[in-house]
Design a binder for this molecule. Sequence first.
Ligand SMILES: C[S@@+](CC[C@H](N)C(=O)[O-])C[C@H]1O[C@@H](n2cnc3c(N)ncnc32)[C@H](O)[C@@H]1O
Length: 321
Amino acid sequence: MDVRTAFKEGIARLRVADVPSFTLAAELLLLHVLGRNRAWLYARPEEIVSDAERQCFFDLITRRAAGEPTQYLTGKQEFWGLEFEVTPDVLIPRPETEHVIEVALDRLALREIRAGRPQKPDGAGLHVADVGTGSGCIAVALAKELPAATFIATDISPAALEIARRNAAKHSVAGRIDFREANLLVPVGAQHAAPLPGTLATSAPPPVPPSPRTRHPSRIFDLIASNPPYIGRCESPSLPREVRDHEPHAALFGGEEGYELYAGLITQSAQHLKPGGILVLELGHDSLPAVQPLLETPDWAGIAVTNDLVGIPRVIAAEKI
Ligand SMILES: C[S@@+](CC[C@H](N)C(=O)[O-])C[C@H]1O[C@@H](n2cnc3c(N)ncnc32)[C@H](O)[C@@H]1O
């Protein structure tokens, strides 16, 4: 069988199975099996596919037709121009989450301008948290953009943290991101509401007498970014099978309504951000009315909402007073 025939047959099987973007899915799976790029595929349609490659390709087509997402079959997804390893232990990074990166970098740049410093900060001295890191896409993308910043990336899922660590290593930022198992910002197993330690050092620093600068030792972050689970369990029946049956439920569902995790996330962020620190949160398609009032308190200023490319309020940002 040649490449053209395998490709056409793959497309036909996915179309019959009602797979969205069936041509793209067949193309990605074929390129994955052949270890080739798009240009090769369209330039060499007459090349012969080996029996092993054909078997492997049609096995993947069968799995895709049954609902497994293409990215879990190929093991990768691009985000912010970087390739991330993905497995069923992590949410597949979405394009709309790139708005979190854009807003975070814009707000940091604005802060620098206000302080009379260069407009493109390298992150020197900045300590950043990514809450619910999943594949690590937010922490890694920000670490690439802020090459002097240090990071803590938390997740409640140890399996997700393993993937995130691998992605940080793949992009050479592992030395600056401390991955921690935590419930939002509270380390798993820690005393209720114990603050997340702020340094990357393993040994505790010697005690310092309180001063105006150290009076709030848990206020350590300049930026907290998060794409928390925000889908309501009540919406589960309407989700595409690729999402509902294959992506981790801990990454999808924020509670019965979906927005339940935001209150804790905002309260903890207020405790852990430095004055002037920035909070950037991704929003579910209908989360804004539930989330914005949580920020309209004396703790926060400079609330701004950013729409995604289809006009849905997708990111909310605020500055800690
Ligand atoms: C929507 S996914 C986001 C993953 C990744 N940041 C992204 O944008 O693709 C949410 C992540 O939060 C994690 N998570 C869920 N509940 C959590 C909690 N209470 N504390 C920390 N992480 C949590 C999930 O395991 C999942 O990896």
